[in-house]
Ligand binder design. Structure first.
Ligand SMILES: *Cc1c(COP(=O)(O)O)cnc(C)c1O
Length: 355
């Protein structure tokens, strides 16, 4: 354990490790700075960050919420946990971005919000799709759980009303369990804070929001982050540059491993607006399903965990609980059958063995 981490853990312990400890406020200030957000609010998980973002943007029980079908079941489950029904949005052909037809359909269906997911760190949403949601006044939530490094030239928060991160132990920044809501909108920040802090109203005190006043002024429960996890995460943000360059090294090793198989592949596309990739995974698109299978097989033989060894990458409605919401998403079926997706962390052993 390094010195920074011990200091932060000591501070958190001195405040009983609660979610109102100063160390949590410091973590929020660092995330706001790191992600270029006016407000960062830490929560108990990426899931509770999503639920809070959904509720704060006005989603109510029985509503429909558009969800990018290429995301993980966790995102659809968060929508269901907020009492809403996911309406799956098909992707554009060979892209992680939502198709224009799917966006138009969702708007006609009257979705109250949409959740876009830069899956594996790839952001490829088109201006047309974003513009259509904006014009229809549909709030946009970006589930950036896998993309803490994602930066858009115009700023992610000019696109997203709220962006959510996960601090789960398998994500690049870890609190064990934890999540973050990022927003530039002070009204949304106040709502999220109330939802997380037993309904307490918030007061802007100079540079940050502080919970003030009595409990249950609004609806809210306890969705606070554990202060000990926050302290651990704070020590990682102090070395964000090292984490960034480690992921860059992992990516180089991953690209080489894919290349060594001799199977033809191209990397999944990203929007020209992307300044920095989200850095969670590496996604190879193969010309056919059989080539994708062979690529996955060869990578696995080389000792690297690919998607198929932990779970098969499939459209979100492949999960039994979410099947009841299934819609036809032919592009997503095609894309998931021909991609090989890998967490960059899966290449860690190779990196340590010298690539
Ligand atoms: C991990 C993840 C979640 C869930 O986050 P938790 O912190 O585990 O609740 C949601 N969405 C995406 C895209 C994820 O990768």
């Amino acid at each position: 354990m390094d010195g920074v981490m011990l200091t932060e853990l000591g501070r958190a312990l001195a405040e009983s490790g609660t979610g109102n400890a100063e160390v949590v406020r410091d973590l929020e200030a660092r995330f706001a700075e790191f992600c270029g957000a006016a407000h960062a609010l830490c929560l108990s998980s990426g899931t509770t960050a999503l639920i809070s973002a959904l509720r704060a943007t006005g989603v109510q029980a029985g509503d429909q919420v558009g969800v990018s079908v290429l995301g993980p079941s966790m995102t659809g489950l968060a929508v269901a946990a907020a009492g809403a029904r996911p309406l799956f949005l098909d992707c554009a052909s060979t892209s992680f971005g939502v198709s224009r037809a799917a966006a138009d359909h969702a708007i006609r269906a009257g979705v109250t919000a949409v959740v876009l997911i830069p899956m594996w760190g790839y952001w490829d949403e088109s201006e047309h799709v974003l513009g259509a949601f904006r014009e229809a006044r549909v709030p946009i939530i970006v589930d950036a759980a896998q993309a803490p490094f994602l930066r858009l030239r115009k700023g992610l928060l000019t696109v997203a009303d709220v962006a959510c991160l996960s601090l789960h132990g398998r994500k690049p920044f870890k609190a064990g369990e934890g999540g973050v809501c990022l927003t530039d909108d002070p009204r949304l920040a106040e709502r999220i804070l109330a939802l997380r802090n037993f309904g307490q109203a918030a007061e802007f005190t100079g540079s940050r929001l502080d919970p003030t006043g009595p409990f249950a002024a609004h609806f809210g429960v306890n969705l606070k982050i554990n202060g000990l996890g926050a302290a651990w995460c704070l020590s990682q943000l102090a070395e964000a540059d090292q984490i960034r360059s480690r992921f860059d090294d992992l990516r180089q090793v991953g690209m080489a491993a894919f290349g060594d198989t001799g199977i033809p592949w191209a990397e999944a596309s990203q929007s020209a607006d992307v300044q920095e990739h989200g850095r969670y995974g590496l996604v190879a698109l193969c010309p056919s399903q059989s080539e994708a299978r062979e690529l996955a097989r060869l990578i696995e033989i080389s000792g690297v965990e690919v998607d198929s060894s932990r779970y098969k990458y499939r459209p979100m409605y492949a999960a039994p609980y979410l099947a009841r919401f299934a819609t036809e998403c032919p592009s997503a079926e095609q894309l998931t059958a021909t991609v090989v997706a890998c967490r960059l962390e899966a290449f860690a052993t190779r990196l340590e063995n010298g690539g």
